[in-house]
Design a binder for this molecule. Structure first.
Ligand SMILES: *Cc1c(COP(=O)(O)O)cnc(C)c1O
Length: 406
């Protein structure tokens, strides 16, 4: 399977096996499959380091900051980096240019998107005062949504994601959903939920933290209103890399950010007393961008050059199928239970196994250089990142898991 893998050469573009990070990737020189140590199955939490990032960061620090200093805001393109990097992420989430901006954390972007979406829904129909949130959401989205609800006079109603479509009613202003459940890896129905919300006059905000870079996402095609996502998971931008915010083209002029910092002004350097929002993606900005992280992300995104998301998806599904087969073969019966949906159409890019003593089991796995993570109360999570996870990796991980639980 590794020999037939069309993405196999991509692995050499990452620092995984203790090889020096500055060495250029040996293009297409795919070594015979072997199992490197550690087997890294936690790219859904922190993506691996692309090889060219340290060199680029060194240049940014020594030349752009060290020598050019203030001139770099214009000469090195620092000022426009949030929109430029947004345009690099755009094709990975099915967005046209000028619709994605990069900056702040996912948490902050959830706040901007939810409040702005409620404002639009309430302009269209003042009586809408309900905010639906996926009941199993990543906690930060729920906390932020609760605050956004208080600020906008809405009631927050948690609903299990598969029941969200039915729950959307005449009072619903906004629906906030995680595209992929971070715990189970379940993929939620973005086209269907979005279409139903629109038929019933509500707006949608999708959180793509576990889908951007993991599977094809079609934001423009499905007329998603707002979307946010992380860049340090499947997009490999580095720890704390800035998040992204997508605003639908038709809502661009109606996007009323609740955090209208000076970077989102039409003419930031006019230093005007009155606020006039910028026209394009820059309207989603707040303050001065986090340049070092942003430019590390920009370099990290070059690994996507020439990659077809359909191939990423096909490999991801093949990896999860194969991993589950290996788990069934190597792990004594009854010791783990897969929470990963059986149907491909409901599966993200991770495998989650429920296991007694999961915390200790994961510690033992990590001690044996199989790195996944543990989520309360009893889940083992294994992220499958098709650009650098091999079939040999997941076979080895299942074998070690079998030994550990035995
Ligand atoms: C990882 C993740 C986040 C993280 O938010 P930060 O603000 O970057 O800490 C938020 N939402 C979801 C669904 C996530 O998976």
């Amino acid at each position: 399977m590794d020999a037939d893998d069309v993405l196999a050469a991509k692995r050499a573009e990452f620092v995984l096996d203790g090889a020096p990070p500055l060495a250029p990737p040996e293009a297409h020189a795919v070594a015979p499959p072997r199992t490197p140590r550690p087997v890294y199955l936690d790219g859904n939490s922190l993506g691996a380091l692309p090889r060219t990032v340290p060199g680029r960061l060194h240049e940014v620090v020594t030349r752009e900051w060290g020598r050019l200093r203030i001139r770099s805001w214009s000469e090195s393109g620092w000022w426009t980096a949030p929109e430029r990097v947004g345009d690099r992420i755009a094709p990975l989430v099915g967005a046209g240019p000028g619709r994605v901006v990069v900056g702040d954390s996912t948490s902050v972007n959830v706040f901007k998107a939810v409040v702005a979406a409620v404002r639009i829904a309430q302009q269209d129909a003042p009586g809408r005062d309900e905010l639906l949130v996926d009941a199993a959401t990543f906690p930060t989205d729920g906390y932020i949504a609760a605050s956004a609800a208080r600020l906008t006079g809405c009631t927050l109603r948690p609903v299990p994601a598969p029941e969200l479509r039915e729950a959307i009613g005449p009072r619903t202003a906004v629906v906030l959903v995680n595209h992929v459940d971070y715990r189970t890896g379940r993929l939620h129905d973005l086209p269907g939920t979005t279409a139903t919300a629109h038929q019933r006059g509500a707006r949608v905000v999708w959180d793509l933290c576990h889908s951007a870079g993991a599977l094809p996402v079609e934001l423009d095609a499905h007329e998603v209103d707002f979307a946010v996502g992380c860049t340090y998971k499947y997009l490999n931008g580095g720890p704390g890399a800035p998040a992204f915010l997508y605003v639908r083209e038709e809502l661009r002029s109606r996007f009323d950010s609740p955090l209208p910092g000076w970077n989102s002004h039409a003419e930031p350097f006019a230093m005007a007393a009155d606020y006039v929002p910028a026209d394009g993606a820059a309207r989603g900005r707040v303050g001065t961008p986090d340049i070092l992280s942003l430019l590390a992300l920009e370099e990290a995104l070059t690994v996507w050059d020439g990659v077809e998301l359909a191939e990423v998806r096909a490999k991801s599904l093949a990896l999860s199928d194969f991993f589950l087969r290996c788990v069934a073969a190597y792990v004594p019966a009854g010791r783990v239970e897969s929470l990963t949906p059986g149907a491909h159409g409901e599966r993200g890019s991770q495998v989650t196994l429920r296991c007694a003593g999961a915390g200790e089991v994961m510690e033992a796995l990590i001690a044996r250089e199989v790195v996944g993570d543990f989520r309360q109360p009893d889940a083992l999570r294994f992220g499958l990142t098709p650009l650098y996870t091999s079939f040999a990796d997941v076979a080895h991980a299942a074998r070690v898991l079998g030994e550990v639980v035995a």
